[in-house]
Design a protein around this ligand. Structure first.
Ligand code: B3K
Ligand code: ZN
Length: 878
């Protein structure tokens, strides 16, 4: 049966809910939910009311105060239908739900143990229907008033979104608290929390003068790890005031940490809920990278208060309207807090590692999908990360001032309502007096465009001709592709490293040394005048469009860009280009190749420059592209061969840098390490980690001795973990065992660090990798009920340990499928996310391809598969 929901079928709701009053009688095993909905017909003709609901035990229904008998309504699988209603009426329902039995972590559920854990909700996308009967769709905006009642000793803290309006005691040791949210919101932004939690609190005055209380909540053992997030929250609030003119709009802003969460965090109105991984942080348990992730996610969820909450999405097809935009906002925030170039490098690397493979495989879908069977499977790198790239292109297209005018207009025009992608583009376009509708094509078309560039110099005419052409390969369900507007930012370098003035044919004067060309057709030629000798093109600077650039360049030219390009991103990009060329040659079995020599040579020169002050950038330059990027360069591919070729690259780089230079640099960086957290200290640690890894490739005994000392003396988690990783890769069994035991003894009571303990083992390649994973699954601290732990072991194994997952005998596939079958019974969302590790199976060499396919088919044939997992498996096989 075709159970797909289609964008083209969108119809506004026939009913509105003017307000809702909710009363929760909370308990772990059984909670009773009372809901009173003030309903208003929105259609001229009488239309039945169909409310969404799943897994609800109906106790009672009342219409305008009168109890409805069984003939007054119809209950279907996931709907409650009432006919012949007056155009405005009040519907009251009472239902029972069972939080403790809820292992899917969607709706109301228990975090932690029955004795000590707390209750919380997760509603996006469609969790609210697991709480009560409702119009559970984002374009139905309602004013919420919520009362929570619970045992005062077991649930001392009661929280819901909105402003607190009262609280008090009830009989039998129970208490109550009431909340009112003045801002109408869709049901997916509803949240409540109840239990034993500690609070870290701080006053904040918004730029427009509102006194706000910021409350961060965590269990007693973790409240001390909330200080960093509290600071990050204040930075995010100030940044949004300054950069977008957005102020917070309630008296209180709550953020709660839980260890049991299907995703990173959730932007519920006034009551954000965070996976502890993105809220708790301190130097002893959190890496530098981890701190940046906390800050980024804090920003992301906070920024949703406007891009998502005040202006929400008309339907779930518009998901990127809030997610792509908000990712762009959090990326800009992080870049402003740290380094623009490094942030761009990280974001593009993430896009290539996560989104490009998605766009090239069976699960490819447009940033605005046209149909879905299960919306939770569309919280993807395409909707988020590619969606952010589209906003970035639009922002660049209109320029910073018009972009700000445009976002102001968008927020003002659509405040308190549910909008579409067209609405955002219209506001930006109006503010800039530019027609942005051609960019809508980017939202509708899946697949990564390939942009080919060919250039030649004509000495006689002193012209330089650049020919650009675009091509997008077919993706599932989209055989024919359209041309897209592609902004190409570029510069031309003279051989001495100078940037050349850019004058296009027909222009009177040069317009700067860097400019943006827009390719709007399938192909176009751009002619630059007054160019005396063949320049070196630096194309797609800052990654000005999410495309795959194909431009054959001599290794020497790339090496020059790697040394001299002023655009930090393109400098890194030149190195990645060289490394990719070297990888192709290594993979093809070449003994010597110019790209490798150029890559290692240029990096050697940079490494030797003692005045190369940007240690963090140097660390990034010293890393070849990720496995998942390299896999895309050879088809079909054998993961062992890809891995081996990548290792040859790293080995060659380590040799070119030399054991003694690496040792010297390590020693200098080690001497400078004092556990400080400022940017230079973080940059030094980043470089030190990379240097240690490379050193271990050329002088393992010396590097291991250094790693052991570093592990023992480390002032913080970055240092400890960097050492542990090297010891696990290169150390003998005794060393590995000793360090892991020490690490566990120190951090065994800290779930987030134990996730790392599991993950660092699951990622180690080697013949015994699968045995390691089996042992981790059998560990007493492993459980399929905790998504973080599942991701640490199974996610890391299937995504980061390619040679183990893709073992030639198919044992890796068998292991994952068996775990998926068990996990799906408990938590379909997490199972469906994990199953996406099979993406790309069709591009494997024939033997593995056949094995992967047969395991996927076995999974597809599993009886009782959830809709979430079935959707992923079926699309993967289609
Ligand atoms: N909006 C949530 C994600 C909800 C995922 C539902 N399966 C977090 C975020 O993007 O901010
Ligand atoms: Zn988001």
């Amino acid at each position: 049966p075709d159970l797909k929901i289609r964008l083209s079928d969108y119809q506004p709701s026939a009913w509105r809910i003017a307000s809702v009053e909710l009363v929760f009688d909370l308990d772990i095993a059984s909670t009773e939910v009372y809901a009173r909905l003030e309903l208003e017909s929105a259609s001229a003709t009488p239309t039945p009311l169909r409310l969404d609901g799943e897994g609800l035990e109906l106790i009672e229904l009342r219409l305008n105060g009168k109890r409805l008998g069984p003939l007054g309504y119809r209950v279907e699988a996931h709907a409650l239908e009432l006919s012949d209603l007056p155009a405005s009426c009040a519907l009251e329902s009472r239902v029972r739900i069972r939080p403790q039995a809820n292992t899917a972590l969607e709706g109301l559920y228990l975090s932690g143990s029955a004795e000590r854990g707390f209750l919380l909700t997760q509603c996006e996308a469609q969790g609210f229907r697991h709480i009560t009967w409702f119009l559970d769709r984002p374009d139905v905006l309602t004013r919420y008033s919520v009362e929570l009642r619970a045992d005062a000793a077991r649930f001392p803290v009661l929280l819901a979104g909105g402003n607190a309006v009262g609280s008090g005691m009830l009989a039998e040791g129970r208490h109550w608290a009431r909340f009112e949210d003045p801002h109408p919101k869709p049901s997916y932004l509803f949240a409540l929390v109840a239990g034993r939690l500690e609070c870290l609190s701080q006053p904040y005055i918004t730029a427009d003068g509102r006194a706000v209380t910021l409350n961060l909540w965590a269990e007693a053992d973790a409240i001390g790890q909330c200080h960093y997030a509290l600071g990050a929250l204040q930075r995010a609030m100030r940044w949004d005031e300054r950069s977008y003119g957005r102020n917070y709009d309630l008296d209180v802003f709550h953020v709660v940490a839980t260890h049991d969460f299907n995703m990173g965090a959730m932007e519920n109105k006034g009551l954000n809920i965070f996976n502890a991984k993105y809220l708790l942080a301190d130097a002893d348990t959190t890496t530098d990278e981890g701190f940046r992730a906390v800050e980024g996610v804090i920003g992301h969820e906070y920024f949703h208060n406007w891009s998502g909450n005040r202006v929400t999405c008309r339907d779930w097809f518009q998901l990127s309207l809030k997610e792509g935009f908000t990712v762009f906002r959090d990326q800009s925030f992080s870049a402003d807090m740290h380094s623009q170039a490094l942030k761009r490098i990280e974001d593009v690397a993430t896009l290539r590692r996560m989104q490009f493979p998605e766009d090239a495989g069976p699960l490819a879908h447009p940033v605005r999908p046209a149909e879905y069977a299960e919306i939770n499977n569309f919280y993807t790198a395409t909707v988020y990360e590619k969606g952010a790239e589209l906003i970035r292109m639009l922002a660049a297209r209109v320029g910073p001032q018009a972009f700000r005018r445009g976002t102001d207009l968008y927020f003002a025009r659509h405040d308190g309502s549910a909008a579409t992608v067209e609405d955002l583009l219209a506001a930006l376009g109006e503010a800039a007096a530019v027609d942005l509708t051609p960019y809508l094509a980017w939202y509708a078309q899946a697949g990564t465009p390939r942009l080919s560039a060919r250039c030649h110099h004509e000495p006689a005419t002193r012209r330089y001709v650049l020919r650009l052409a675009q091509h997008t390969a077919p993706t599932p369900g989209q055989a024919v592709k359209h041309t897209l507007p592609i902004p190409v930012k570029l510069a031309l370098f003279a051989r001495d490293g100078r940037m050349l003035p850019l004058r296009l044919a027909g222009e009177a004067d040069a317009v700067g040394v860097e400019r943006v060309l827009e390719l709007t057709d399938a192909a176009a030629e751009f002619v630059f005048e007054d160019i005396d000798e063949a320049p070196i093109p630096s194309l797609l600077r800052g990654f000005s469009a999410p495309v795959i650039l194909e431009c054959a360049m001599p290794p020497g030219d790339l090496a020059l860009l790697l040394q001299h390009d002023a655009d930090g991103f393109n400098r890194w990009e030149a190195g990645q280009h060289l490394a990719s060329d070297a990888f192709r040659a290594a993979h093809a079995g070449a003994a010597q190749y110019a790209a490798l020599a150029a890559w290692t040579g240029a990096l050697g020169a940079l490494f030797a420059q003692t005045d190369f002050s940007d240690a963090a950038l140097l660390a990034e330059l010293l890393a070849p592209p990720a496995i998942s990027e390299l896999e895309a360069l050879v088809e079909p591919h054998d993961p062992d061969a890809v891995d081996a070729a990548r290792r040859r690259l790293e080995q060659a780089l380590a040799q070119a840098l030399g054991a003694s230079a690496l040792a010297a640099r390590y020693t200098a960086l080690h001497a400078a390490e004092q556990g400080a957290h400022d940017a230079p200290a973080q940059a030094r640690r980043r470089l030190k980690r990379r240097v240690l890894e490379l050193w271990a490739l050329v002088d393992a005994p010396a590097a291991l001795a250094a790693a052991e000392a570093q592990f023992a003396q480390a002032a913080g988690m970055s240092e400890r973990l960097a050492a542990l990783r090297v010891l696990l890769r290169h150390g003998d069994a005794g060393m590995r065992h000793g360090t892991l035991t020490a690490f566990r003894a120190r951090h065994g009571q800290q779930p987030l660090v134990m996730d790392t303990w599991f993950a660092v083992q699951a990622e180690v390649a080697g013949v015994d990798a699968l045995d390691t994973v089996r042992a981790l699954l059998a560990d007493a601290a492993f459980t399929l009920r905790n998504p973080n732990r599942v991701r640490a072991v199974l996610g890391t194994f299937a995504r980061q340990n390619r040679t183990a997952f893709h073992r030639a005998d198919g044992a890796g596939y068998a292991l994952l499928v068996a775990q998926l079958q068990a996990l799906d019974q408990l938590n379909p969302q997490t199972a469906a996310a994990l199953a996406q590790a099979f993406n790309g199976w069709a591009r494997l060499e024939p033997k593995r391809r056949a094995l992967a396919e047969s395991h996927l088919r076995a999974l597809a044939a599993t009886p009782g598969l959830s809709r979430n997992l079935a959707d992923i498996v079926q699309r993967s096989l289609a």
